[in-house]
Design a protein around this ligand. Structure first.
Ligand code: ARG
Length: 454
C-alpha cells in the first residue's frame, strides 16, 4: 500500500507486532458501509462514473457476503481491516478499486468504523439491559412483599422486601440505559472527510456521507476527529458502571444463596458443583460476574492511559483502543444474558426470609420514631432505645419481649402501646414516602417499570 517510498519489505516481526487484523476484522460491516457512502459521495462529485461506482458497491457487497459466510481470508501483511478490504476490492474489480481511497485516510476511516461499531453495540447492549431489568422486575413482582432484613455494613439494619431490594437494581440499570443513550447521542458524529489530519483538497459531501451512515452531524474539527477517543472512554465507562451494578447484585446473590442466609436458591442449571466435595452447589455465575468487573475497569484505564500523552493527532498507539473496547462489549453482553436467565430461574425461600426478618432489633429505629411521636427529641429517643437494646442484649431477651415495666424503668415516655411497634405490617405501612419500601410504593414502581419495559 505504500511501496513507492520504500526499498525494503516490512520485517516479519514488524508485521506481527503491528497487525490488528486478528481483532479489528470485527469492524468489517462498518468499514464496508463507510466505504460505500464514501464512494457514493465521489460519484456525486463526478469523480467516479456510475459504472465505476456500481463496480465498487457490488464488489464491496460481495466481500461482505463472503466475510459473513466465513469465506474471506484475512492477511496480516495487509495489517488491518481497512487495507484488507480495500486491497481485495481492487483485486476483484481492478481499476475503480484504486480510486476508492481518494480524500480519505485510514485515520478518519478507523474513527468512523469505531463510532459505528459503538453505536451498534450500544443498541444491542440497551436491549440486553432491558431484558435484565425485565427479569428483575418479574422476580420483584413474584416476591414483592417477602420481607427480609436490609443491611448496612452487612449488619442487620431495617426491614425491607425482596421486591424493594430487587427494584433497587432495576433503578440502577435504568440509569445505565439513559447513560448509554446519552453517550450514543454524543458519539454519533461523522469524522469522515477529516482525512489523515487536515481534511482534503478534494471536498466530498461530508453531510451526505454522514446522512447515509445514520450520523446526526459531521465533526467540526479534523484534528479533534482524528485524535480523540473520548467516545471510546465514555463507552467503556458506561460499561464499567453496568459491570459495577451487576457485580454488587452478584455479591448479594452469593450471600443470599449461602446456608448462612438461605434467602434464595439458584437453579442447578446456573450453578456448578465441586470436583471434590459432593455436597457443593456454587454460585459461579455471580462470582464470575463480580470478577469480570475488574477487566471492564482495566479496559477503561488501558484506553485512558494509551491516549493521555499523545501529541495531536493520530499516533499508532491509538490502535490499542480496539481490543479493550471489543472485550468490554462482549463481556457485558454475556454477563447480562446469563444473569437475566439466572435471576429468572431463582427461587426465594420465604421461610428463611421470614425467620431472618423476625429479629425485633430491626425495628429499633421504629421504636425511636415511636418516642419521637410522643414528643421526645430524636437524639434523646435514640439514647432511650439504645438503653433498651442494652437491657435486651444483656439479658438475652428479644427486644420486643422486654416487659412494659422494663421499658418504663428506662423512661416513662414508653407507653402501654410500645409493643405494637414490633408489628412488621405497621412498620411497612408507616413508610409512605416515595422511595420507601411500602407495599403501595413497590406496586407502583413495578407497574411503572412493566409499562416502560413492555
Ligand atoms: N489500524 C489502525 C488503527 O487501528 C488504523 C489507522 C492506521 N493509520 C495509520 N496512519 N497507520 O488505528
Amino acid at each position: 500500500m505504500w511501496t513507492g517510498r520504500f526499498s525494503q519489505a516490512t520485517a516479519d516481526l514488524v508485521l506481527k507486532y503491528g497487525e490488528s487484523i486478528s481483532y479489528d476484522w470485527k469492524l468489517y460491516k462498518h468499514d464496508i458501509a463507510g466505504s460505500i457512502a464514501h464512494a457514493r459521495a465521489q460519484l456525486k462529485a463526478g469523480m467516479l462514473t456510475p459504472e465505476e461506482f456500481a463496480a465498487i458497491e457490488s464488489g464491496l457487497k460481495s466481500i461482505l457476503a463472503d466475510i459473513e459466510a466465513g469465506n474471506f481470508e484475512w492477511s496480516i501483511k495487509l495489517e488491518d481491516v481497512h487495507m484488507n478490504i480495500e486491497s481485495e476490492l481492487t483485486r476483484r474489480i481492478g481499476a475503480p478499486g484504486a480510486k476508492l481511497h481518494t480524500a480519505r485516510s485510514r485515520n478518519d476511516q478507523v474513527a468512523t468504523d469505531t463510532r459505528l461499531y459503538c453505536r451498534a453495540e450500544i443498541d444491542s447492549t440497551l436491549a440486553l439491559l432491558e431484558d435484565m431489568q425485565r427479569a428483575l422486575v418479574a422476580k420483584a413482582e413474584e416476591y414483592a412483599e417477602v420481607r427480609i432484613p436490609g443491611y448496612t455494613h452487612l449488619q442487620r439494619a431495617q426491614p425491607v422486601t425482596i421486591g424493594h431490594h430487587l427494584l433497587a437494581y432495576v433503578e440502577m440499570l435504568g440509569r445505565d440505559v439513559t447513560r448509554l443513550q446519552d453517550c450514543r447521542r454524543r458519539l454519533n458524529i461523522s469524522p469522515l472527510g477529516s482525512g489523515a489530519i487536515a481534511g482534503s483538497t478534494i471536498n466530498l459531501d461530508r453531510v451526505g456521507i454522514a446522512e447515509e451512515l445514520g450520523f446526526d452531524a459531521v465533526s467540526e474539527n479534523s484534528m479533534d476527529a482524528i485524535a480523540d477517543r473520548d467516545y471510546i472512554m465514555e463507552t467503556l465507562f458506561c460499561l464499567s458502571v453496568i459491570g459495577t451494578h451487576l457485580s454488587r447484585m452478584s455479591e448479594d446473590l452469593v450471600l443470599w444463596s449461602s446456608a448462612e442466609f438461605g434467602f434464595c436458591t439458584l437453579s442447578d442449571a446456573h450453578t456448578t458443583g465441586s470436583s471434590l466435595m459432593p455436597q457443593k452447589k456454587n454460585p459461579d455465575v455471580s462470582e464470575l460476574t463480580r470478577g469480570k468487573s475488574g477487566r471492564l475497569y482495566g479496559n477503561l484505564v488501558s484506553v485512558m492511559v494509551a491516549v493521555k500523552g499523545l501529541p495531536l493527532t493520530y499516533n499508532r498507539d491509538l490502535q490499542e483502543d480496539k481490543e479493550p473496547l471489543f472485550d468490554s462489549f462482549e463481556t457485558i453482553a454475556l454477563a447480562l444474558r446469563v444473569n437475566a436467565e439466572m435471576v429468572a430461574a431463582m427461587r426465594i425461600n420465604e421461610d428463611k426470609c421470614a425467620a431472618a426478618v423476625s429479629d425485633p432489633l430491626l425495628l429499633a429505629t421504629d421504636l425511636a420514631d415511636y418516642l419521637v411521636r410522643k414528643g421526645v427529641p430524636f437524639r434523646h429517643a435514640h439514647e432511650l432505645v439504645g438503653k433498651a437494646v442494652a437491657v435486651a442484649v444483656g439479658s438475652a431477651t428479644p427486644l420486643n419481649q422486654l416487659t412494659l415495666e422494663q421499658f418504663r424503668a428506662i423512661s416513662p415516655e414508653y407507653g402501654e402501646d410500645v409493643h405494637a411497634v414490633f408489628n412488621l405490617d405497621r412498620a411497612f405501612e408507616l413508610r409512605t414516602n416515595p422511595g420507601a419500601p411500602n407495599p403501595a410504593n413497590t406496586a407502583r414502581r413495578i407497574a411503572y417499570w412493566k409499562s416502560l419495559l413492555s
